[in-house]
Design a protein. Structure first.
Lengths: 236, 599
């Protein structure tokens, strides 16, 4: 079976610095894959490059067998890739519903409404705050909104960049539960997290990034049990 | 010889050489006009490029300076060259006035305010016929510069020499200012206004100073323009020159001083080059400008500086010999209780973000402030740092009422905050951010900065050593030459902590310093923070990383829906049922128990 997302060798350069150095990874259908690494290891660069926000050389990107390298960001999203960016970047002046609608590239209003309903089923709190300005939401609600907005594009691979950043422990548990459950609907998740404990707990498999290279990968439980990972990322 | 004196002398010598070398009347005329426009565009760049405020009315300063000098010469018969320096004053006063009046305006509103001022002055000049001769124009006969006979220069050569020498002086002084605390404060106001206030920059005052100085230079350029135009007309104050100023800055490169100087010169020179096109030359110039703005967003100098060869050389020069980092000096507590909240509340319309919260922070302790997202933690920090006045209740810092003080005053009192959403000058290097943050460390006078006196340079070195010491404290010293925007999120947060530290506080209020750090990095941060406590700093820390926080703090205050629901040692608070329900959740409580077994 073809994997949902396949990357043969992705390199990204910012001027003289090599942010990603031939990263290869794959995400299978309905799988949660965690990206673990220190600050500056290249996790965000990887997600941004996959979506085409950062220019990169031909990296052999395939989404369900379809080549992505030559596509612009919008076309990659249409192909089934979506990103919830780091730092809950919602549009503070727009309300919840308007923020969600921005995530939908299609023009079918009925489908859009149905999709919104789908997001509200995941995050009932967003339904309650439907007409509230996004800037007035709490941090946890803003994060849910950012994830919901990515879901509006009907992704086959959902990329989450630091979804638990600055969130209270209770909300972290909610987000982790969402990640565990959303993959049951056939959506694969690529999860970049500083909170390695949460990420490795929620993921099926994991990749460890260090200075722009994959230094380890395997089943999440094995990665979590590795002494180097325990020392470097889990602080055990 | 100091850099200031050397560069001024070089500039004056270049002006003399140019004046001696040119003999054609036409070339002398164009060169002098280019010099005057360069001075004017430099003036505009002080407000537009450095402070980041667009002014559509800088021609008002230009015209005011020209008319002031013109009236002194024609009505009172003063010598033109003696009046010329006086041309500074009207711009200085008007600039200060505009700065004060527009204190609450920003962005488009500031631009419109300056435009309105300029238009009012046009009407004034137009109608005050007794003095200005209104639309007929004021003819000003500037006597030639008194020159020794042996030089053999004509009047035009003397004029060009004065213009060139003035340009050199203006350029060097503005460069000195940009490289001083004053200029760095403008950068901070431009890139991150809230951050500037939090670091103790009196933004309102700093802005008035900026507009006043910019006005003074523009108005000086007006006086300098007289021998070139000969007849002063109200159109001098019109939008034409204001647009020239803005476009000159954009053409040359906003972020620099060489750029605006070059841009101003090109505004005199290019239309002359395009003369072969006949009447179309100004249209062609406009098209050229559009192309430049489209193709070179950083302006000519921005584009040049980005060329690899030049970029390497510039980088080599900027990696100058930094002073050795000075270790962060210990604090001696001034009082037993540093912060005191009594019944503090903050309401946003109907929402009660913080309700009736009271607690005190003792000198030398670390207080953790926790609670669910939206519980009012950041609101509370904003109230403690002067960013939000409380709706009710009192807040005292070091025994003084700080509830209704401006943030920079609270910072100067010794209470400095960091921000939850990273606030830094993204376009500047890490070292520059630290220099900006050390604004309050041994402040020096404006005169010293303008002339770069020996004492001033000494202080500047000391300030930089202090700033780098703070950077080293959080472990980011190796990153000093990188652009702040290029740091990963977690390091940006650490830089925020270092910047707050560089402001020289006794009390640090940190808003989620560990967000974006993994456990190991967070542990390192915890080490830094407890090191600061040992040096006598007092800390109030908001964070969701409880593993780090609970091990670090002496005391925890828990907020829920704006109400304080717990206050006590970490161990006691973690067991309170109300805290577990509202914040920690079941899983965490188990984790907490499990973690405590080995201990």
């Amino acid at each position: 079976m073809t994997p949902a997302l396949q990357v043969a060798g992705l390199s990204v350069r910012y001027g003289a610095t090599l942010a990603l150095d031939g990263v290869a990874l794959e995400v299978r259908s309905g799988e949660v894959v965690a990206l673990v690494g220190a600050n500056g290891a290249g996790k965000s660069s990887l997600l941004n490059a996959l979506l085409g926000l950062v220019p990169h050389a031909d990296a052999g990107l395939q989404l369900h067998g379809r080549r992505l390298d030559a596509l612009a960001t919008r076309q990659r999203i249409e192909a089934g890739l979506a990103l919830s960016p780091e730092g809950r970047r919602v549009f503070p002046e727009l309300n919840v519903e308007e923020n969600l609608d921005l995530g939908d590239l299609g023009r079918d209003l009925a489908l859009r409404a149905a999709q919104r309903e789908g997001v509200y089923r995941w995050f009932p709190r967003l339904r309650e705050r439907r007409l509230q300005r996004a800037g007035t939401l709490s941090g946890g609600e803003q994060q849910m909104l950012a994830i919901g907005r990515a879901l509006m594009a009907r992704p086959r691979v959902l990329m989450l960049d630091e979804p638990t950043l600055g969130l209270a422990p209770l909300v972290v548990q909610e987000i982790a539960a969402f990640v565990r459950h959303v993959c049951a609907t056939g959506v694969s998740v690529l999860l970049a997290e500083q909170n390695a404990e949460m990420a490795l707990g929620a993921a099926d498999r994991a990749y460890v990034l260090q200075n722009g290279q994959v230094v380890m990968h395997g089943p999440a439980a094995e990665v979590a049990a590795h002494p180097d990972v325990r020392a470097a990322y889990l602080g055990l | 010889m100091s850099r200031t004196l050397r560069d001024v002398l070089l500039g004056v010598a270049a002006a003399a050489l140019l004046a001696a070398a040119l003999t054609s009347t036409y070339l002398l005329d164009v060169a002098a006009y280019a010099g005057v426009l360069a001075v004017f565009v430099l003036a505009v760049s002080v407000t537009f490029g450095q402070l980041g405020y667009v002014s559509f009315g800088h021609a008002a300063f230009l015209g005011l300076g020209a008319y002031t000098v013109g009236v002194l010469v024609t009505r009172y018969g003063w010598n033109y060259w003696a009046c010329l320096p006086l041309g500074l004053l009207p711009g200085l006063l008007l600039g200060g006035l505009i700065g004060v009046v527009s204190a609450r305006l920003s962005g488009a509103y500031f631009a419109i305010a300056t435009l309105v001022v300029a238009e009012i002055l046009v009407l004034l000049v137009m109608n005050w016929v007794d003095v200005t001769r209104g639309p007929m124009g004021l003819m000003v006969n500037a006597a030639p510069l008194p020159l020794p006979d042996w030089l053999g220069w004509n009047a035009q050569q003397g004029y060009l020499f004065v213009v060139g020498a003035s340009l050199a002086v203006v350029f060097v002084l503005l460069r000195n200012l940009r490289d001083s605390a004053t200029g760095r404060a403008w950068t901070a106001i431009r890139e991150a206004p809230a951050l500037a206030e939090s670091l103790g920059v009196a933004s309102a005052r700093s802005r008035v100073l900026n507009v006043a100085l910019s006005g003074a230079v523009a108005s000086f350029a007006g006086g300098l323009l007289i021998p070139k135009v000969f007849v002063l007309s109200p159109s001098l104050l019109g939008v034409g020159y204001s647009a020239t100023g803005i476009l000159g800055v954009i053409l040359g490169g906003k972020a620099t001083l060489v750029g605006p100087m070059l841009g101003g010169m090109l505004f005199a020179v290019i239309p002359e080059w395009l003369r072969f096109l006949g009447d179309l030359n100004f249209a062609a110039f406009a098209v050229l400008l559009l192309v430049v703005v489209r193709v070179l967003p950083g302006g000519l100098v921005g584009w040049l500086a980005a060329r690899p060869a030049l970029a390497r050389r510039l980088a080599a020069r900027s990696a100058r010999d930094w002073p050795a980092p000075a270790p962060v000096a210990p604090r001696t507590p001034r009082q037993a209780t540093v912060l005191e909240l009594a019944g503090a509340s903050r309401h946003f319309k109907g929402l009660k973000a913080v309700q009736d919260v009271s607690f005190a922070v003792r000198a030398g302790e670390i207080v953790g402030l926790i609670g669910p997202n939206g519980a009012g933690k950041t609101t509370l920090l904003s109230m403690l740092s002067g960013f939000l006045p409380p709706s009710a209740g009192s807040i005292r810092g070091f025994g003084r009422d700080i509830a209704h003080q401006a943030p920079h005053r609270v910072a100067r009192l010794g209470v400095v905050r960091s921000f939850q959403q990273t606030a830094l000058c993204a376009g500047q290097t890490v070292a520059m951010n630290m220099a900006i943050a050390s604004h309050m460390h041994r402040p020096a006078g404006l005169a010293g900065a303008l002339l770069r006196t020996r004492a001033w340079r000494e202080r500047e070195r000391e300030r930089m050593a202090h700033a780098l010491g703070c950077l080293a404290e959080v472990g980011l010293l190796a990153r000093r030459d990188e652009l702040a925007a290029n740091l990963p999120y977690g390091e940006q947060k650490l830089l925020g902590v270092a910047m707050a530290l560089a402001a020289g506080p006794d009390v640090l209020l940190l808003d989620e310093p560990a967000a974006g750090l993994n456990h190991v990095e967070a542990t390192r941060l915890a080490g830094v923070l407890s090191g600061l406590r040992d040096k006598g700093f007092t800390l109030v820390v908001v964070d969701h990383n409880l593993k780090m926080l609970m091990a670090l703090v002496d005391r925890v205050v828990v907020l829920h829906h704006g109400v304080k629901i717990a206050d006590g040692t970490p161990q006691a608070v973690a067991r309170m049922p109300a805290v577990v329900d509202a914040y920690l959740g079941g899983a965490h409580a188990q984790q907490q128990d499990a973690a405590e077994v080995p201990a």
